[in-house]
Design a protein around this ligand. Structure first.
Ligand SMILES: NC(=O)C1=CN([C@@H]2O[C@H](COP(=O)(O)OP(=O)(O)OC[C@H]3O[C@@H](n4cnc5c(N)ncnc54)[C@H](OP(=O)(O)O)[C@@H]3O)[C@@H](O)[C@H]2O)C=CC1
Ligand SMILES: O=C([O-])CC(=O)C(=O)O
Length: 275
């Protein structure tokens, strides 16, 4: 339905007020998308969150995660990955829509995808910090032979990842690029749950997490989170490079929040461009 046809506004809740959540909240509060209204947020620190939303023109409730569902038609999950199920399950059970940013965590909760497919709720995975999901989805209608991705991040965009800690891989004081991971998207999601959602989105759009291959480099020579993807399929061969300017969270590109705003705008519009 187009926004002009819509009788009621789409009520949106945001779970997690970090780099992504705050940016989306500000855009929605500024009325960037007609027909979409921010009704509630959830955050770890409710006092800080209440102060953040107090400047908005319309009142926005600060609630616990469990209190969000009755307040919204759609929840945007942009919290730590461990909270994914807690945030989206009540919405899926109510046959509502969810937008998932912690995409990596979906691999370890197949029941959530199953619930969305069978029970009437909807999970949206926005393109986020990636490029070319439209081309991947189209190529996946035919046969995709190989998908390879190489990610280069400034070392502070990888700091603290479980894979580095468990394998005693130091990225302190690097003077040249260091390869810190080579494997598939499933193992990357396990080892880098807060850093490589992009490769999981790519896998879900294309050939799945086992066959989507990835190298990760801690590179003191880059200032942007840089993802290069090479795809070979029976319809096209394509190479794409994305250089993401980090947001206030060095792990997260600025474009991620904009991708969610673009998704909401597309959902509300009668004119949709892109696959
Ligand atoms: N799909 C994609 O392309 C991308 C996905 N991501 C993923 O999106 C998610 C959000 O990213 P980003 O905004 O950068 O992360 P941030 O760390 O900046 O924000 C997460 C927020 O969630 C808050 N939080 C922690 N515990 C709770 C809780 N119990 N209830 C509600 N909120 C809580 C944190 O609070 P506090 O700060 O107080 O701990 C923080 O403000 C992450 O999982 C990230 O990996 C990121 C980039 C790209
Ligand atoms: O995938 C992620 O979690 C974040 C990322 O690489 C980026 O923003 O470039």
């Amino acid at each position: 339905m187009s926004q002009t046809q819509a009788s009621k506004p789409l009520r949106v809740a945001i779970a997690g007020l970090g780099a992504i959540g705050k940016s989306i909240a500000q855009s929605l509060a500024a009325g960037k998308i007609p027909g979409v209204v921010l009704t509630a947020v959830s955050a770890k620190d409710h006092v800080k969150a209440a102060s953040f939303v107090s400047s908005f023109a319309h009142p926005v409730k600060v609630l616990t995660i469990a209190q969000l569902e009755p307040e919204a038609d759609l929840v945007i999950e942009c919290a730590p990955a461990a909270l994914l199920s807690e945030i989206i399950t009540p919405f899926l059970n109510a046959k509502k829509q969810v937008v998932v940013l912690s995409v990596g965590a979906l691999l370890f909760h197949p029941e959530l995808i199953e619930a969305a497919k069978t029970q009437g709720g909807v999970i949206h995975v926005p393109t986020g910090a990636l490029i070319g999901l439209d081309a991947m989805i189209a190529a996946a209608e035919g046969t995709i032979h190989t998908v390879r991705m190489v990610t280069r991040k400034p070392p502070n965009g990888l700091a603290g990842a479980p894979h580095l800690i468990e394998n005693n891989i130091s990225i302190e004081g690097l003077t040249e690029a260091k390869k810190v991971f080579e494997g598939n998207a499933r193992d990357a999601a396990k080892g880098f749950p807060a850093n490589l959602n992009v490769v999981v989105a790519l896998a879900l759009a294309g050939v799945g997490p086992e066959k989507t291959l990835l190298e990760i480099w801690a590179d003191p020579g880059v200032v942007r989170n840089t993802h290069t993807i090479v795809v070979d399929s029976d319809s096209a061969k394509f190479t794409m490079t994305m250089e993401n300017i980090p947001s206030e969270n060095p792990k997260t590109g600025r474009i991620v929040a904009q991708s969610v705003i673009a998704l909401l705008r597309k959902m509300q519009s009668g004119f949709k461009v892109g696959t």
